[in-house]
Design a protein around this ligand. Structure first.
Ligand code: RIB
Ligand code: CA
Length: 333
């Protein structure tokens, strides 16, 4: 379809893996389902699970959705510092290092031979000024791609990322992994700082809007009401959400907070959030404040920050979009 926005989804999807967030696989389903988006590739990063496992899950979701043509590339398994945070080492030694409960066929041939950074560079070069990266995990792959080919900074249409916390929401905007830092930034603050300083058009979807106060929660009652027999995609949605209800990562709400899907919704329609242009940087050395996203006074704005959203409406719309995905495909065939 013409007029679609070309996106690369850089993600850490723990598909049905107990103890991981359900939002990455939901974001992938939305990226596939939203007719305004053209998903060029999925690149995987560490976070919810190791990137190899994320690629396996993403490949299986793509195959189940009839989109095994979308390439998947595996990214770095450690942050730019070279050291995986101890809490992830421990988590990956347990359930978060093993395939999840979602029973999906494995499509090994969808995994590209290139690294995530190489695939990002190739796609941006092939589609100058047309590609938006939607980054919903630590930003290591983007930093590596910029290292490999710094000129892509001028060839990208933009980056929409889920990450950071600015304290704009007094309850949830203060961080989820430390009192001041959000996980995606905290897991690789050096990478995030490079992205913040890259000059690329950046849109930030932070904890200030991805929280129960904006209504951005797929409620447990709505999850229980999903009909998994409706389509393969509905089945995946139901399975990843019920796995999350059994083993939640955060206890912010009775249901799934849809952090990452909001980044996809913003890529499809930037008007979905109210934004404010701000000057931001990332703390990379503070012993108490590592990974904090910090406003810089009197400096040139470098990030469009989402400051308000009707989260409940976004949730209703995105669930409807995902659930009608099979219908659109049937209509086209
Ligand atoms: O802080 C929220 C982010 O970390 C999301 O990307 C989610 O997937 C989580 O693990
Ligand atoms: Ca994520």
């Amino acid at each position: 379809m013409s007029g679609q926005r070309k996106i690369i989804l850089d993600t850490d999807p723990g598909v049905g893996i107990p103890g991981t967030d359900a939002d990455d696989p939901i974001a992938l389903l939305l990226a596939l389902s939203d007719p305004r988006l053209d998903l060029l590739a999925v690149t995987t990063t560490f976070g919810n699970c190791p990137p190899e496992l994320g690629a396996r899950g993403a490949g299986a979701v793509l195959a189940a959705a009839g989109r095994a043509d979308v390439p998947v590339a595996i990214g770095d398994s450690v942050p730019l510092s070279g050291v995986l945070p101890a809490l992830l080492v421990e988590a990956y030694a347990g359930a978060r290092g093993r395939p999840g409960r979602v029973d999906l066929p494995m499509a090994s041939d969808v995994v590209a031979h290139q690294s995530a950074a190489e695939l990002i560079v190739q796609l941006v070069r092939d589609n100058p000024n047309e590609v938006t990266i939607v980054a919903i995990g630590p930003q290591t792959n983007i930093a590596r791609a910029l290292e490999l080919d710094p000129e892509i900074a001028d060839l990208l249409a933009g980056i929409v990322f889920m990450g950071g916390a600015l304290g704009l929401d007094p309850v949830y905007g203060r961080g989820n992994i430390t009192p001041v830092a959000e996980c995606n930034i905290w897991f690789d603050p050096l990478a995030a700082k490079r992205v913040f300083e890259s000059g690329i058009d950046l849109t930030m979807v932070s904890l200030d809007v991805t929280n129960p106060n904006t209504g951005l929660v797929l409620q447990d009652s709505a999850i229980r009401a999903l009909d998994p027999t409706r389509s393969p995609v509905a089945e995946i949605l139901a399975q990843v959400c019920t796995t999350y209800l059994d083993a939640p990562m955060f206890d912010w709400a009775p249901g799934c907070v849809l952090y990452d899907p909001l980044a996809i919704a913003v890529a499809a329609d930037p008007g979905v959030c109210v934004t404010k242009h701000m000057s931001l940087s990332v703390e990379t050395s503070g012993s108490l404040t590592l990974g904090q996203t910090v406003p810089i006074r009197d400096a040139k704005p470098n990030v469009r920050v989402c400051v308000d959203v009707d989260g409940a409406r976004v949730v209703d719309e995105l669930v409807a979009t995902i659930l009608t995905y099979g219908d659109h495909r049937k209509d086209r065939s």
